[in-house]
Ligand binder design. Structure first.
Ligand SMILES: [Zn+2]
Length: 531
């Protein structure tokens, strides 16, 4: 049976740029456009040429993308001709394959926000589409507030969409601008639109204000729409846009969609999905959402003992899709409730062979339970568990010894008379027969200690050159004998691989030191550094 083509339109660089705390540079935009192209997205919307220096620069040259690079902007202003509107001229001159115009489709907004007549708004849509077509561009029209507009005045909302379609726009995109429309309403309204405009020319642009942007996108597809607009990781204003990172695997893996539609994302590209999702967060300097569907670190993580033993026998028992298909990994969490089967499954996952009757496996389980009672969190600190397991099984070399460390925090006046706090860490390390002393200043005690510790590890230095600390989380736990501090450190190596280590102590420096040491030793083990 021939499958229909369904198109994906990404607006990470335009709508996603509205996310609170996100500010793309030109380099960010170019890198993200590259990731989207790798994923096989059909349209990459770059931004608003002329609206700011970054976007103007972005659209000043051609981009070698397989995707249609798309410029976004307004239709001609009311009361002007298409040839006498500087805003429209910038858009037409932009180096872009496609132009996505935004226009009002709710008569209330036409009168109140735009201050013009219904007929002038329709004329503006027609003129703008015609002008862009004349310049050889593929044209899309984003119908702003379409669903709210349709509820208020269906004839006018449809007339706006129809005006663009009749003038030759390739796509008419129905936008749920305020994000409050529910899936059954989307399905009903899109079905009505598709009676007037063929679904092969209808797109959906959903916002996540009721956490149903993904569901709304699928509702529109069920009703006939054949283009989905969204963003990577659901970036976007307020609660975000429809998350393409969730939509793509559902389209590829769920039979209802996979058997009916082809999309631009290949099976090979789908395997890169987890990596691309995390790489975007990395670029934005935010920790990836552990619970993100398909790509989150916890998306295929199982905790309870009975599930874990079933998963080892047959993963399909507790997984809706196989994690490798989307480039993710299965994970069996080791925790207080852990049974031996969890520990064995986790050992197998990290590549340590152990016999289930080996007494050391039972010993490892006891140690995990003891330490978790003290505050260690091994399910969050995979690398510390890995080391604990290897140590218990006698497989971690003694690479080096930290014989002494000293951290000094001092507040004083600098030359400008400002109060500043300066931290200095000194670390004495013994590597084989060599004794090394390193000192480093940092913006805080943990930073200084980290820098001093990694400054000179003698013959092991080359293995940790690419190591960096990317996240540091501190929690105060109230144990039976008073408060203790748990420190979780996330590290990254030169290949972008990440791991987390843990330390626990009443003293925050001690707890941090344990986590830093685990991170370095884990890297040496991982790199196969000789003992
Ligand atoms: Zn939007």
């Amino acid at each position: 049976m021939a499958r229909e083509r369904l198109y994906l339109f990404d607006t990470t660089l335009r709508d996603g740029a509205q996310t609170n705390g996100v500010d793309f540079t030109l380099a960010d935009k170019l890198a993200i456009a590259g990731m989207l192209d790798e994923l096989g997205i059909d349209y990459v919307e770059g931004g608003y040429p002329g609206a700011n220096p970054t976007d103007t620069e972005l659209f000043s040259q051609d981009h070698k993308l397989k995707a249609a690079f798309t410029a976004f902007g307004m239709t001609r202003r009311p009361g002007r001709s298409a040839s006498n509107d500087p805003g429209l001229a910038v858009l037409l001159d932009a180096h872009a394959d496609a132009i996505c115009f935004v226009a009002k489709s709710w008569d209330y907004h036409v009168r109140v926000a735009l201050g013009t007549t219904d007929e002038e708004n329709l004329a503006s849509i027609r003129d703008s589409v015609r002008a862009a077509k004349a310049r050889g561009k593929e044209v899309l029209l984003d119908c702003e507030h379409f669903f709210d507009g349709y509820k208020a005045n269906p004839d006018y909302a449809l007339a706006c969409a129809k005006a663009a379609y009749d003038e030759g726009a390739r796509w008419v995109v129905l936008c749920d601008t305020n994000g409050g429309t529910l899936p059954h309403e989307v399905e009903e309204i899109v079905a009505k639109v598709c009676k007037v405009i063929p679904g092969g020319h209808v797109g959906i642009h959903a916002h996540n204000d009721t956490e149903q942007a993904v569901a709304n996108s699928f509702a529109a597809v069920r009703a006939g729409a054949r283009q989905i607009q969204g963003t990577l990781n659901g970036l976007g204003e307020r609660c975000g846009n429809a998350n393409l990172v969730s939509i793509i695997p559902t389209l590829k893996l769920k039979p209802e969609y996979a058997e009916a539609f082809d999309i631009g994302t290949s099976d090979a590209a789908l395997k890169k999905l987890s990596h691309i999702s995390h790489a975007l967060d990395e670029r934005l300097n935010r920790a990836p959402n552990r619970h993100a569907p398909y790509v989150g670190e916890s998306a295929f993580a199982t905790k309870a003992g009975i599930h874990a033993s079933a998963i080892v026998k047959d993963p399909a028992t507790y997984e809706h899709v196989a994690p490798e298909i989307v480039g993710n990994k299965r994970k069996v969490l080791v925790s207080e409730q852990a049974g031996k089967s969890n520990v064995l499954a986790e050992l197998e996952r990290i590549g340590i062979k152990a016999d289930k009757d080996d007494p050391r496996v039972g010993r490892l389980l006891d140690i995990v339970k003891e330490r978790e009672a003290l505050g260690y969190a091994y399910e969050a600190a995979d690398a510390s568990f890995d080391l604990l397991a290897r140590r218990t099984l006698g497989k971690v070399p003694a690479y080096f010894d930290v014989t002494q460390f000293d951290v000094n925090v001092e507040q004083r006046e600098n030359a400008k008379g400002e109060r500043v706090t300066v931290t200095l860490a000194v670390v004495k390390v013994k590597v084989g027969d060599d004794n090394m002393i390193s000192a480093a200043e940092g913006n805080g005690p943990v930073n200084a200690l980290d820098l001093a510790l990694r400054k000179d590890l003698g013959k092991y230095q080359k293995y940790i050159d690419g190591l960096k600390l990317v996240d540091f989380r501190v929690r105060i736990l109230n144990g039976g004998t008073g408060a203790v501090t748990r420190v979780l450190i996330e590290s990254e190596d030169e290949a972008g691989e990440r791991w987390t280590t843990v330390g626990v102590s009443p003293n925050i420096i001690d707890a941090s030191f344990q986590a830093l040491m685990d991170s370095i030793i884990f890297k040496l083990v991982k790199s196969g550094a000789p003992a």
